[in-house]
Design a binder for this molecule. Structure first.
Ligand code: ACM
Length: 672
């Protein structure tokens, strides 16, 4: 711990009272002062300093006024005062570079809240944007009997740990309309993420209008694509909020939608359709034809203008080598050019692409398959298969970002993602110089099983925990504190306009039809979707309706997590009060499983969940018996029967699992 973290300054690893502040991501340095600042109708914002003219800061200040007005109910003007002095004084020391926003642009800021004034200072506009989000998170109803809204007196000095903090968002498998993208950008900015990596093409759809190659959207998209005007609008919206937009056009694999439009690009001659259902045939672009590079030069040139960011993602993942090696013409090309294997052929392809992109002023990004010594050190590697490729890339002089461990579509808990560090695993062994090449990370949301309706619930609030991993000091690892703050984060994200809780609630109401939804909500609260790729193994396609109970619950059950903690507390110190707490929870869950039965039986969409209600009842019964037998000892054979029943109840019926089953097992295992 550095000198600055001693005494009153509370650094990331230090618990209460600062950890009670509803901040996420946790700032680099926080010290809590005396008293609070009350937000009243006189609240105003002024902007001064050499960078005061930045339009993004003015817009952010106005948004802050509007958000505060909505949160507090105060009639705050949607305008900034003419005077230099206000309650919140923003000082920007330096003017910004010219657009676009660049990797590494300064995002640090200092926020000082006293009982009558707030000062937010930074070297550049991005720091102000980050600091305003911190300020907004601190505004809560005043404590005690004080009416209104307050912010605590604090001194915050904050800066990000990593300069590249992103979300990779697949809009090919399921299209996300512009309003969903903008809402997501609002969320990214609120938790200080700064990159939207937009996965715009895949086998299932090419999602951008090309004026040069219009068949891409006409034949490659089912009609769901962004017009160029919409793309410009989103890019400007993101820039206003301090978020870079990095487009991905995935080649040479994951490209069947391109081949549906331009079959001459394909390695294997034939006609292609965009992939609608899992298992539909997929093709790969032919890297041996000059016409391929002419096409890519034309398209990338057009897209390079549309997306001003310095980085441009070419995908490069999961190329089916067989699509190449099965073609005599491609084998002959490989022989002629002394390309020993498909990996060498892909490196040849990537080298050509890198030259095209460099011509348009872009740096190339790709998934870790593109790592090959033939490529210049200017490319950036996105590691999705583990930290090994990230470490290898850094050792060889490449920059990289980590996505392995941050796949939100795998339905893991916030704690699991939170435990993954971009400089962990193989990257922990890198030298400081090599570690400096690890620029950060990106969460990834693949959309095979996600729709526009469920998007927010699949992203939030877990993405906020990942954002903290990328922003906050490495020693910010207190999981209990993270969950406590994630809970408030989950709330304010909804106030901001995200729909991760409200949309699921609506979906459950739709499932309940004309019956009261209460029992379904109580039952749903103790379930989780199956994890990893288990659900992907079933049949699905772009027309599959994702409207079952498993789609209408969050990836993580807070109730089950808390039950697990209560069981651990009971087992570490068994006592009557702790047992009574567990019994109360179990009784409520048994009742929920009983009350929900008529509803499940009444709706053909829910009937598949009836066996899950049986499993809940069974596990609750076993838990209660385990508590009964904790001191008296269990009858002969009971323990083995109970363990068998727990196993039997973990069949993942209707893609649902009972996340409290491991805690039940613990209760059973300790019985005599
Ligand atoms: C990937 O998940 N195929 C990058």
């Amino acid at each position: 711990m550095g000198r600055l973290c001693a005494a009153v300054l509370l650094c990331a690893s230090v618990p209460a009272p600062a950890q009670q502040l509803p901040l996420m991501p946790w700032p680099a340095q926080v010290s809590v002062g005396q008293g609070t600042l009350r937000i009243g109708t006189d609240f105003s914002i002024s902007i001064a300093g050499a960078g005061a003219g930045d339009a993004r800061v003015k817009a952010a200040a106005l948004r802050t006024m509007m958000r505060l007005a909505r949160q507090t109910g105060l009639p705050l003007p949607a305008a900034l005062p003419k005077t230099e002095e206000a309650m919140l004084n923003i000082v920007i020391e330096k003017p910004d570079h010219k657009p676009p926003q660049r990797l590494g642009d300064d995002e640090s800021y200092a926020l000082s809240i006293a009982s009558d004034r707030i000062r937010l200072s930074s070297d550049g506009p991005l720091g102000v944007l980050r600091g305003l989000e911190t300020f907004l998170q601190l505004v809560t109803p005043c404590l005690g009997d004080q009416p209104g809204f307050c912010a605590p007196a604090v001194e915050i000095h904050d800066n990000p740990r990593f300069p590249w903090r992103g979300l990779s968002l697949d809009v090919s498998r399921h299209f996300i309309p512009v309003e969903g993208i903008k809402r997501t950008i609002d969320g990214l900015a609120a938790v200080k993420l700064n990159v939207l990596h937009w996965h715009l093409s895949d086998d299932q759809g090419f999602r951008v209008e090309s004026k040069k190659f219009p068949k891409l959207q006409q034949l490659g998209s089912d009609g769901w694509y962004y017009t160029q005007a919409e793309i410009r609008d989103v890019v400007a919206y993101a820039r206003d909020r301090g978020v870079r937009v990095v487009p991905e056009f995935d080649v040479p694999g994951h490209s069947t939608s391109w081949l549906a439009a331009y079959p001459n690009l394909a390695s294997k001659p034939g006609t292609y359709q965009i992939v609608h259902d899992k298992g539909d045939p997929a093709g790969v672009i032919d890297p041996t034809r000059e016409s391929t590079y002419k096409f890519l030069d034309g398209l990338f040139g057009e897209m390079a203008k549309l997306f001003p960011d310095e980085y441009f993602h070419i995908g490069g993942d999961e190329v089916s080598a067989q699509e190449w090696t099965s073609q005599p013409k491609i084998r002959a090309f490989m022989k002629l050019h002394k390309l020993a294997d498909p990996k060498a052929l892909q490196a040849y392809f990537n080298k050509r692409l890198q030259k095209i992109l460099a011509h348009y002023g872009k740096k190339m990004v790709g998934w870790d398959e593109i790592l090959a010594p033939e490529l210049p050190r200017s490319i950036l590697i996105q590691s999705w298969r583990g930290t090994k490729s990230l470490a290898e890339a850094a050792r060889q002089g490449y920059t990289g970002i980590l996505s392995a461990g941050y796949y939100l579509d795998l339905m893991q808990s916030a704690a699991q993602h939170y435990a993954v560090d971009p400089l962990g695993g193989d990257a922990a062994k890198l030298s400081p110089e090599e570690q400096a090449r690890v620029l950060g990370g990106e969460a990834a949301q693949w959309e095979e099983l996600v729709t526009a309706e469920t998007l927010d619930a699949k992203l939030w609030p877990r993405l906020a925990a990942i954002a903290e991993r990328f922003w906050s000091p490495q020693n910010t690892t207190d999981v209990a504190s993270m969950y406590a703050r994630l809970d408030s984060t989950n709330r304010w994200l909804e106030w901001l306009g995200l729909t991760q809780r409200s949309n699921l609630k609506l979906m459950r109401e739709r499932l309940a039809g004309n019956m009261p939804v209460g029992p379904l909500n109580a039952f749903a609260a103790i379930l989780e979707p199956v994890k990893g790729y288990e659900r992907h193994r079933g049949p699905y396609g772009s027309a599959t309706p994702f409207n079952h109970l498993v789609d209408a619950i969050p990836p993580e059950s807070d109730a089950a997590r808390m039950f697990g903690m209560a069981v651990d507390a009971y087992l570490s110190s068994p006592n009557v009060a702790a047992a009574a707490e567990l019994r109360a929870i179990l009784a409520a869950w048994s009742k929920a499983a009983e009350d929900v039965r008529p509803l499940l039986a009444s709706n053909s969409l829910l009937a598949e969940d009836l066996p899950v209600a049986d499993e809940v009842t069974k596990l609750c019964g076993i838990s209660e018996q385990a508590l009964d037998y904790a001191s008296s000892g269990s009858p002969a054979g009971w323990k083995q029967n109970a363990l068998d029943a727990i196993k039997d109840a973990s069949r993942h019926t209707a893609n649902l699992l009972l996340p409290f089953a491991p805690a039940v097992q613990k209760l059973v295992e300790v019985t005599r």
